[in-house]
Every structure is written in structure tokens, then in C-alpha cells.
Design a protein around this ligand. Sequence first.
Ligand code: NAP
Length: 488
Amino acid sequence: MANLDPARWTGRIWTGQWQPGSAGDHDVFSPSTGKHLATIGYASPADIDASAEIAVAAQREWAARTYEERAAIMRRAGDLWRAHADEVTEWVRAESGSAAFKAANEVEIAAQECYEAAALTSVPYGEMIRSTQPRLSLSRRLPVGVVAVIAPFNAPIVLSIRAVAPALALGNAVLLKPDSRTPICGGVALAAIFEEAGVPAGVFQVLPGRGAVAGERLITNPHTRVIAFTGSTGAGRRVGELAAINLKRAHLELGGNNALIVLDDADLATAPSVGAAGSFLHQGQICMATGRQLVHESIADEYVARLAEHANALTVGDPAADPTVNLGPIIDEKQRDSIHALVTDTVAAGATLVAGGTYQDLFYRPTVVDHVTSSHRLFREETFGPVAPIIRFSTVEEAVELARDTPYGLSLGILTGNVMRGLDLADRIPSGNVHINDQTINDEAPAPFGGVGDSGNGSRHGGHQANLEAFTEAQWLTLRGTPPSYPF
Ligand code: NAP
């Protein structure tokens, strides 16, 4: 794709044209090899302010277009993700360390998000309201104007496009700040696709930069009205605080420490493979990853033995060089050291290492730790690494208490031979997403996705209703044939 040619964007930010960023250049490295991959521009607060001005002007013309024009552009964007999938996937594998199947899945979800967004342009956007007056009274949803999207590294395209696509489709301009470790697939790729699809200059902009500088200016700039933030709970609190002071709406999609409950009637032929996928997919660097495996004591020995077999059989390596590897690298040393400290502290506190627990460079072996208890760090903290902590339980009541024993509430998985038992548990454990007879990682463009508690402020991405509420403002509108008479 000509638009993805580094000659166009090296050392630049996207404002509708590629231009140097005033905060200098930023180098991007492969987490697998340490090799220099690219150089991008960094936006300063002054750049963000200038971009917001451009966005305000561009948004008016964009919102005035017919819904069918916006839908056609979003459909074209969906087609382009598919047409350029091989090229984009290569960047995802190299820059974010994603295994080939995860990278391909990410690009396909991007296409689906664009097709869903195209359909969103024509859903009913208001309702008639009864009135005691001789008038038509109605409410309608209007674009908010400028939306800021701030995204993390782990699924750089999906976690950007799930907000960018619906916000654009509904007539907003969008300023996107990708993570500093993944600005090419999480930023340049989106700029390239939407430019080729025909999004007018200035309506969508990509402004890489440090979170505390560029990210915070995106929130405090007076023109951005809605902030869609995905990242850690710590940074999310700061984003929520800044948004509140500036009287803005913030959609916060934050961390998780998700439980997979394996009941005594679960199918042991399939359960360990499902559990392995939940804990090891993308090296566990997924907000919905299974961070705690609660297993009934009557089947735990066999389950753990089979899970360890799965872990030991998985291959770990550079996904850019080898499309068959199951796991790629951890994103950086800081994250790898944090994972390893959680594992070694928990084992030192009495848990049993059954598989993995070792690493070379940034490649961490899939790890199984048995006999974890609720006092261990692996139970209490989000690991964000390829680790399956096993917590054994004896009664369903105990499983419910263990699953609830976390401030997070993002995703819950339950494996059982009786779906009604699963439904009963789902009713008793607070969670934004529940999957009965599946692990905790699931994402589909038409489904409303979000967490409760420390996992977010309960707002949702996905699904027409949730997106309409997320990226528009309600307006009450009345119409009369003639003005009323007043005693004035
Ligand atoms: P992070 O440090 O919070 O960073 C995420 C993004 O926020 C980056 O673009 C970062 O910029 C920016 N940022 C950091 N501080 C900011 C601030 N004060 N103001 C504005 N922006 C700021 O996230 P991470 O730890 O790398 O990512 C992993 C976390 O994200 C995990 O906790 C995971 O569970 C969570 N996550 C949640 C979801 C969900 O949907 N609930 C999905 C994926 C990941 P820089 O480029 O400077 O770092």
C-alpha cells in the first residue's frame, strides 16, 4: 500500500498531511530482536492544540455529509483492511510481537469494526416524546464534535479502531494517540487506511507522543469533548480525574484479573486447551486474559497435568520470522520483570511451579503455578503475562467467593457440563462480560464490551446502542407551527 510507505511518514505525525512533530522523533524497536523498525514524529501540546483546531473545522463539513456518504467510506475502509491485510499484519507481528494468527485476527476485526460502523450511520438516532403542548417534541443524538482516543500496545489496531470507527461514522472528528511502543500498526496503519478510504483531511488525525504530555493535552484541550481511553487502571484514574475537572465524558476501559471457573462436571478433554488459550494467548497481554483459574479439587490433579502438557508444547519465538510460533515476546523488559516477580514471589510464598517460569530475552515460557491462594500476588494482581495460576476450590460457594475477591470486573469464563449451573454463577459474580463454556478472551464488533469496578466506568464499546450513546450528545428539540402566546 503506497500510503504505508515509510518514506511518507518517517519522523512525522498525521494531521491530514504527514508533517514533523514538534516534540521530536521517536524510534520504534522490535520486542523480538531489539532491531530498529521505524521512526515516528512526536506531537507536542502545541501540535495537539493546532490539530484540534483543524479537527473542529473539518468535523463540520464531515457531519454535514449524508449518512450514505459516511457509510460508503467506512465500507471502503473495511474492504481496505482486508485488501492490505498481509502488509498490515507484518507490522503487527514485528512491532507488537503478535503471533501470526493473533495479528491476522486483529486486522479482520478492524474490517468488521468498519462494516459495523457503516451500518451505524443509518440506525434511528432519536425518539418522539409526548408533550402537553401543541408541538412536536423529540430527542435526537448529534455528534459530540471532536473525540480523543488513547490506546495501549497489546492490541494496537483493535483497541483504537473500536472507538475510532464508530466515532467517525457518527460524524465526529477523531484525534488518536497510539501507544509509544506501537505507533505504526496502532497509528500509521489507521491513517493510511482512512486516507485511502476517503476520510477528508483533518477529520482523522494520528498524534503519537508520551501519555503524560500528548495524552493529557488531548484531554485538557477545550475542543475534545469525549475521551475514549483504554489502558491500565492507574493511568485510567488520572485520565478520569482530568476529564472530570474539564467536564468531559471519559469512557475508561481498564485492567482485569479475570477468573475461569472449571466446575467438577467440565469436559476434561477440552478444558485444559480452553484454559491454555485464556491464559497464554498473546503472552497473556490481553485485558481479558484468564488471570486466575479456579478448578474444582476433584479434577484439579488431572486438569493441571494436562494444562502443563499444553504449556510445555507451545512454541515461543519471533512471530515476524516464524509465522507458526504460538507465543511472541513480552512487550518490554519492565513488563517481563514484573511478570517474573509475580511468579517468583508467589512460588516463594508456597505455591508450586508446574511449567515454565523461565525466560530468555523477552521470550517468557508459558507458565503454570499450582496451589495458588487468595493471599498470593499472582491471585491479587493483574499479571499481563503468560501465566496460569491454579486455585483449587471444594464448593461452588467457595468458587463464587474467590471469583468475586478482586476489585476488577471485566470478563468471566465458566466451564461446566450444565449451562444452568454456569448461568447461576454468572448471576452471582460481577463482570462486564461472561462466557459460559469458553475462556475469558472474546471480542466481536457487534457486542457491547466493557468492565465494572476497577476494570472501567461501565461504559461500553461495540453494538449500535452503546456506540450511539458513547459518541453522540442527546438534544431535546421541539417544533411548533406558530409561536405560543405568553402573558408578557
Ligand atoms: P498504560 O500505561 O495505561 O498506557 C495506555 C495508553 O495510555 C498509552 O497510549 C499511554 O501512553 C497512555 N497514557 C499513559 N498515561 C497517560 C496519561 N496520564 N494521560 C493520558 N494518556 C496516558 O497501559 P499499559 O499498562 O501499557 O497497557 C496494559 C493495560 O491496559 C493493562 O492493565 C490492560 O488490562 C489494560 N487494557 C484494557 C483493555 C480493556 O478494554 N479494558 C484492553 C487492553 C488493555 P504512552 O505511549 O506514553 O505509554
